[in-house]
Write a protein that binds this ligand. Structure first.
Ligand SMILES: Cc1ncc(C[n+]2csc(CCOP(=O)(O)OP(=O)(O)O)c2C)c(N)n1
Ligand SMILES: [Mg+2]
Length: 321
């Protein structure tokens, strides 16, 4: 497929920013300034950015616990993002939720439940709104290979397909649910795609480390969903580079396999090599982009460190609308 230069630059910028932000999160966690866990999304940037490159204004997003940078990519300002992570009043949820409650409704982010899979129904509910308002938007539901086996996910798929609601189910198959390999919890090789036939949904299975392959496969499904045909499902195959959470020693998996993915299936390095070869970017351009983004993040983190923390008396604020 032929791409306009502006499109390639935008995809690359979002891919690089996702990587740099996910890396930064591990660094500030190690400094001890983040209350709660960080579940790094390093290794999964290509699938998120490839899928999100099909988004348009008015769409809804149900993200998970990784990569958190997805919230920034769809519009959350950095100060609100880092403020929330550090439990500060400048955060998008006034520091009440931290790592699991990033995202803002004005960006289309419909929130997150720590009880994985239960919020599949929220994504379907958002699609019902779109349907009632007769818009050509869609609701993206991102979920993991482990979450793919949860009951509420299947109930959500069933309802979305019976009512022909505009949902794109995005199964992020990073091969593990904490320490459980996907092959242990699923009798079929594709825990998302292989089960979607039961709901009459079209599917694609794609290499999640190839950002343009993800984009192309997703765009076909998104066209189908936006046209009012009902839901579809894409499953992205990838590998979680770091532990389930920061501090996980990963004793349950082979470090050589991890190393292989990190060196041979690095979505950012692979895409940058292509863009350099095609003359779309230069080494100087890439270096400046990295430097500027890193500086912007450091400034936002410094603001968050200085910002007032949430106090015990604030705990009942924002519970009811
Ligand atoms: C209902 C429920 N059960 C268990 C957990 C604990 N838990 C948190 S993350 C996780 C693994 C999820 O695996 P997967 O869906 O593959 O997502 P990944 O972490 O790989 O991105 C589990 C079991 C939870 N949060 N919610
Ligand atoms: Mg997983």
């Amino acid at each position: 497929m032929e791409y306009a230069k502006d499109f390639l630059l935008k995809v690359h910028k979002e891919l690089l920013e996702t990587r740099l932000m996910e890396k930064k999160l591990t660094e500030i966690y190690a400094q001890g300034i983040v209350p709660g866990h960080i579940h790094s999304g390093m290794g999964q940037e290509g699938s998120y950015v490839g899928v999100l490159s099909t988004r348009k204004k008015g769409d809804y997003f149900k993200f998970g616990h990784r990569p958190l940078a997805a919230n920034y990519i769809v519009g959350e300002p950095m100060d609100a993002f880092f403020g929330e992570l550090l439990g500060k009043l400048t955060g998008n949820a006034l520091g009440h939720g931290g790592t699991n409650h990033l995202g803002r409704l004005q960006d289309g982010v419909v929130g997150f439940s720590g009880s994985l899979g239960c919020d599949a129904g929220v994504a379907v509910g958002a699609a019902l709104t779109i349907d009632a308002e007769q818009r050509d938007n869609i609701s993206y539901f991102f979920y993991g290979d482990g979450t793919a086996s949860r009951g509420p996910v299947h109930e959500a798929m069933c309802l979305a397909s019976c009512w022909k609601l505009p949902v794109l189910f995005v199964c992020e198959n990073n091969q593990f649910a904490i320490s459980t390999p996907s092959s242990y919890s699923s009798a079929v090789p594709n825990p998302g795609a292989d089960r979607a036939a039961g709901y009459g949904m079209p599917t694609a299975v794609v290499d999640g480390t190839d950002v343009l392959a993800v984009y192309e496969a997703t765009q076909k499904l998104v066209d189908y969903v936006r046209a009012g045909n009902g839901p579809a499902l894409i499953e992205c195959k990838e590998y979680r580079w770091r532990g389930h959470f920061e501090g996980d020693q990963c004793a349950y998996r082979d470090a050589d396999v991890t190393h292989k993915y990190m060196t041979e299936k690095d979505s950012v390095a692979l895409f940058e090599a292509k863009l350099l070869e095609q003359g779309v970017v230069t080494e100087e351009y890439l270096a400046k982009l990295r430097e500027d983004f890193d500086k912007a993040m450091d400034e936002a983190i410094a603001h968050a460190v200085e910002a007032p923390a949430m106090q015990p008396a604030d705990i009942y604020d924002c519970l009811y609308a």
